[in-house]
Ligand binder design. Structure first.
Ligand SMILES: Cc1ncc(COP(=O)(O)O)c(C=O)c1O
Length: 398
């Protein structure tokens, strides 16, 4: 039966590249800079083991863990979000403003359910996160790219495109952006929040990398500058706790969270209670601060090794972004090199990356000569070897 809905065709090209990339990563010999996973050494396996053993054997929690839960999430985890994740960013939140979701992607999905009708326009960064574009396309939205520079979204271009397209939403990843590794400046964060309010457009702020800062000063989120409730803050536990647990949260005005509750109920009832309890206990036992320092140390070293390899191993004409945190850097090769085609040569040499093309949508030039390099999931020694291989492949095209 192949009579699929039209929306499946909109996302086919993107899905094909992602599938190819995942397939290439199953070869244990291949060093992959392709995925967006944190270091395996950054997963709190021991802590979760201890918590699970204790918590699940206590009768009441064991039953709670295996029973149906509340669509909004368990109060202990929502409280941890309010106190330990939002408050340190200067975001004052009441409990009823936080909804727990099954990972950051589900947060985006639910927000789209609230706001998008087919044909609605979403402004995005150029480049932007490929899976978010897939979600938007599933809602038959039209993604229009806005200009970016080293300080993130160019606000004048966003203003012009609001006038031209009357968008429903602006999607932004302000900190250590996926895929570029760039960070939106303080002034632009403020300007974007104000623009959302003035133009009555939803700002969908997706900020899963902000905690992973290895250098430079932390910046307040766009939501911090929001006076009118137009900014919705979506986040994930994938990079700071565990991606396999599939946990995330949305912080928004209580009236929006009530609607999200309805959409969540209709979608999948509630988020996995077992992982919610484990994660809540992880925070409430005070394990998070030391863990965050530990994972930042691991990823900082990988960032440093990667940036040194780019400087010393790749040809001088190649441009790259120096990220102050997160998991990615972005590389621009000479215009004539198509990184989607180059991936086959790279995989033959047992190294993989994410080609840049998939991160671009209409509204700005589609660039074929870029690649996203993820350093988070690769140990330093393998970063060296992988970058030797990649340098060899790139040099063969120059
Ligand atoms: C910008 C951005 N948003 C959302 C997500 C999704 O996170 P999750 O694993 O929680 O679905 C990711 C994951 O890579 C991401 O990079």
């Amino acid at each position: 039966m192949t009579n699929f809905a039209k929306r499946m065709a909109y996302m086919q090209a993107t899905a094909d590249v992602i599938r190819y990339l995942f397939d290439s990563m199953t070869d244990p010999e291949t060093i992959s800079f392709g995925g967006g996973a944190p270091a395996r050494e950054a997963l709190p396996v021991e802590h979760v083991h201890d918590i699970a053993a204790e918590v699940l054997t206590r009768e009441k929690r064991g039953v709670q863990a295996l029973q149906y839960g509340n669509p909004i999430g368990i109060p202990e985890l929502r409280q941890a979000v309010v106190e330990r994740l939002l408050a340190p960013k200067g975001l004052q939140s009441k409990l009823e403003q936080v909804l727990i979701v099954g990972g950051g992607i589900e947060g985006l999905n639910l927000i789209c359910q609230l706001y998008l009708d087919p044909g609605d326009v979403i402004l995005v960064e150029s480049p932007t996160f490929v899976h978010a574009v897939e979600v938007f396309k599933m809602f038959e939205a039209r993604c229009i790219a806005c200009q970016t520079d080293d300080h993130g979204l160019v606000i004048e271009d966003v203003e012009a495109k609001i006038k031209q397209y009357s968008p429903k939403m602006i999607y932004v990843i302000p900190t250590f952006q996926n895929p570029s590794g760039r960070t939106l400046s303080l002034e632009r964060r403020k300007a974007l929040a104000e623009l959302g309010s003035q133009s009555d457009v939803v700002i969908l702020e997706d900020d899963p990398y902000a905690e992973l800062r290895y250098s430079g000063e932390a910046l307040p989120p766009v939501k911090y500058f929001d006076q009118t409730g137009h900014t919705i803050f979506a986040n994930s536990f994938s990079k700071i706790f565990s991606p396999g647990s599939r946990l995330g949260y949305v912080f928004a005005d209580a009236s929006i969270v009530r609607k999200l509750y309805d959409a969540k109920t209709a979608t999948n009832s509630h988020t996995n209670v077992v992982t919610q309890i484990l994660c809540a206990e992880f925070f409430n036992r005070g394990l998070y601060d030391a863990h965050l320092k530990h994972i930042c140390d691991i990823h900082r070293e990988r960032r440093d090794v990667m940036m040194e390899c780019i400087k010393t191993k790749l040809p001088a004409e190649i441009k790259s972004v120096y990220p102050d945190g997160g998991l990615f850097t972005w590389i621009e090769l000479p215009e004539h090199i198509d990184t989607t085609e180059l991936l086959r040569d790279a995989v033959a040499q047992k190294v993989a990356y994410m080609p840049g093309r998939e991160f671009f949508v209409e509204g700005q030039p589609i660039r074929n000569n870029c690649m996203r390099i993820s350093f988070g999931g690769v140990v330093p020694e393998k970063i060296q070897i992988g970058m030797d291989r990649l340098a060899h492949v790139i040099k063969s095209k120059l």
